[in-house]
Design a protein around this ligand. Structure first.
Ligand code: WT7
Length: 636
């Protein structure tokens, strides 16, 4: 990345102005000077938010892996691309150079081809954070297959839903995974999922925990021997800038998860450019993002953004607490990490354990700290700033979404003065706006409203796989000619943004985006349960936790309630995964409803938050009498 490295606030404002006065010229220059294109574009941008349709760099040809790997081979062949830090600190870290990465990706790509995978086919990847996860993802991109990485904490049912929604034909997994002191039987979960996935013809299995697993003949193959035999050359499939690169599922407030589709050219340009400028990455820095590649943060800022810049990026298999709460800092010291990017929930969990774990390690290499996934509260911000950054490494509180592909609002470290809990200013090229309850844009500062984006940016998702109508309804129908984020925000007196949280039925728990509807659906499958409603309530570590109000059927009323609670969380674990378990469950005789039968979550939310002073007018409810009963029995 040579162009436009922003040095100071004045320059930021100047470049920002240019980027919104003439976005096409701006992005064209970035694209031209910093990437390897097999053919340049015919149009920089065509867009229409009412269809909606957005195309960046139309007509251009490229392969993103040539940008992430091949083009570095002249100057950085022996430079470390990926440092794999295993779960167990006694196991040696593995350094994978750009040259080795090139060979490994090519070999993997050849294995995929040998199993019949072609351009445009969907490949599901269900792996722990081991090198094969990065390599298989890039191998798909190498041959133009569309990867769909599913976070390996999801249950068999959730995995099957995602495989079937995008009709994947091959699955990559491992025999199992390590998570702290635990071993997880990943292959067992896969076998269960595949009972309902007739489209999967082949399963490639990496060895990680070396246990005996069931291998279905003619379907399941150990990776190792296949990789050994594979050729080390694999020419990159030449892709159109608008060909899909990947699908990544995110929760919606209703219905099935949404398979967000990201395309090749614009995604590459935007993730690489934001990585360089927001993390202030300099040659020979060591960068570490603690997210999982199963989330967008890992796609954009463990893999594509860093590798496009020829960076060294750490892939950490484990958790913050194993073998103890000093592990993150041990890794920072060991690999001399310069940029560290994590989530508020991790910061809060670490802060709770005190500073003694930090004091044992030398953190002086740290230059930039990042935060992502949910609003960072003031206390966590200061703890991070004072104890980890020692008031010297600025915090980039980065606001963005699976749908946006890359960071949208964030300070530029050493350029934008930070302010606790504020994501501060829009990144170059991003045009946020706030909308009031009448659907009108709010001008001026010291205002709050619903956060929208007025103009396309290169890495925005182009559609929802198989459901363009839902894409239109979810993001482009609330307000005319705007992308609606689903978040509320305020703008302070100098124009800094603070994200206040979701304004829809999505709840962010420990940085994981959870829709209430799928959880309610899971609970309602229980034969003793009539209906349920899930809301979020503040939690000191998770940010939000889940509170479930559950009404039993007549037949359920003589059941033992503590056993029922266990069964409810068991159902949720099976259908979605342990991340969606409820912290509190309250049995109710009824749920407050409007006259049209809609559950009034606003009231339930207030009760869960222990704020019942102002419930508003409840007299118009269908069943106002149930409210007092719910209040009386809450939080028991
Ligand atoms: C939602 C998107 C983007 C990668 C991780 C999450 C919330 C994200 C912040 C932040 C306040 C944030 C928003 C957003 N969020 N970052 N810095 N401050 N809120 O991706 O799972 O698609 O979730 O996470 O509510 O809409 P995601």
């Amino acid at each position: 990345m040579s162009n436009y490295h922003i040095e100071n606030l004045e320059e930021y404002f100047q470049v920002y102005r240019q980027s919104i006065q003439n976005p096409e010229l701006f992005w064209e220059e970035i694209a031209k000077e910093n990437f390897l294109w097999r053919k340049k574009w015919d149009n920089v941008l065509t867009w229409n938010f009412s269809k909606p349709e957005v195309k960046w760099f139309e007509g251009a040809k490229l392969n993103i892996t040539e940008n992430c790997i091949d083009r570095h081979l002249d100057t950085r062949a022996d430079k470390t691309a990926i440092i794999f830090e295993p779960n167990n600190p006694d196991e040696k870290a593995e350094h994978i150079s750009y040259k080795q990465l090139h060979e490994k990706v090519n070999k993997f790509a050849n294995v995929l081809k040998s199993k019949g995978v072609k351009k445009g086919d969907r490949v599901c990847i269900y792996l722990p954070m081991i090198p094969e996860l990065a390599i298989s993802t890039l191998a798909c991109a190498r041959i133009g297959a569309i990867h769909s990485v599913v976070f390996a904490g999801f249950s068999a049912t959730a995995l099957a839903t995602r495989i079937n929604d995008s009709d994947c034909k091959l699955l990559v997994t491992s025999d199992g995974s390590y998570r702290g002191a635990k071993k997880i039987d990943l292959k067992g979960i896969v076998d269960e999922a595949l009972e309902s996935c007739p489209g999967i013809n082949n399963v490639l299995v990496a060895k990680r925990i070396h246990t005996d697993v069931f291998m279905k003949p003619k379907r399941d193959y150990w990776l190792e021997p296949l990789l050994k035999e594979a050729a080390i050359d694999c020419s990159a499939e030449i892709m159109d800038a608008e060909d899909p690169l990947f699908i990544l599922y995110t929760s919606g407030s209703t219905g099935t998860p949404k398979g967000m589709v990201h395309t090749t050219g614009g995604y590459m340009v935007y993730t690489a450019y934001t990585f360089k400028n927001i993390f202030q990455y300099r040659e020979n820095d060591v960068y570490w993002c603690t997210a999982d590649i199963g989330w967008i943060t890992g796609h954009s800022y463990i893999l594509y953004g860093p590798l496009c810049n020829g960076a060294t990026t750490i892939l950490y298999e484990g958790v913050p607490s194993y073998p103890d709460y000093g592990r993150f800092w041990e890794i920072v010291e060991k690999h001399k990490v310069n940029q560290f990017y994590t989530a508020p929930t991790a910061i809060r969990a670490l802060a709770k354990e005190g500073v003694s774990h930090l004091e044992k390690y030398n953190l002086s290499s740290l230059k930039v700290l990042g935060s992502v996934g949910e609003p960072i509260n003031e206390e966590a911000w200061h703890w991070y700033n004072d104890n980890v950054g020692k008031k010297k490494a600025p915090i980039a509180d980065t606001w963005w979404q699976t749908e946006t592909g890359g960071i949208m609002i964030s300070p530029i470290p050493y350029v934008t003065p930070t302010k606790p809990t504020y994501a501060t200013l829009p990144f170059i090229g991003i045009q946020p706006t706030l909308i009031n309850e009448n659907g009108k844009e709010i001008n001026g500062n010291q205002v709050s409203g619903n956060l929208c984006i007025k103009y396309p940016w290169p890495s925005m998702a182009r559609t929802i796989w198989g459901n363009h109508q839902r894409y239109k309804e979810t993001y482009f129908s609330a307000y005319e000619n705007m992308y609606f984020t689903g978040d509320g925000a305020l703008r302070d007196e100098v124009g800094y943004y603070r994200i206040t949280g979701r304004v829809d039925d999505v709840i962010i728990v420990s940085g994981h985006n959870l829709g209430t509807a799928p959880i309610e659906d899971a609970i309602n499958e229980h034969p003793a349960i009539a209906e349920s409603a899930i809301v979020g309530f503040p939690h000191s570590i998770k940010g939000n936790a889940l509170y479930g109000y559950v009404t039993l059927k007549e037949a359920g009323k003589n059941k033992e309630l503590s056993a029922l609670k266990k069964e409810i969380n068991q159902l949720i674990t099976e259908q979605i995964g342990p991340i969606a378990k409820l912290d509190k469950i309250q049995f109710t005789n009824g749920l407050p409803k409007t006259r049209s039968g809609k559950i009034m979550r606003r009231i339930l939310r207030k009760i869960a938050e222990k704020d019942t002073s102002n419930l508003g007018d409840i007299s118009t409810l269908l069943n106002p009498e149930c409210v007092q009963e719910i209040i009386d029995n809450a939080h028991n």
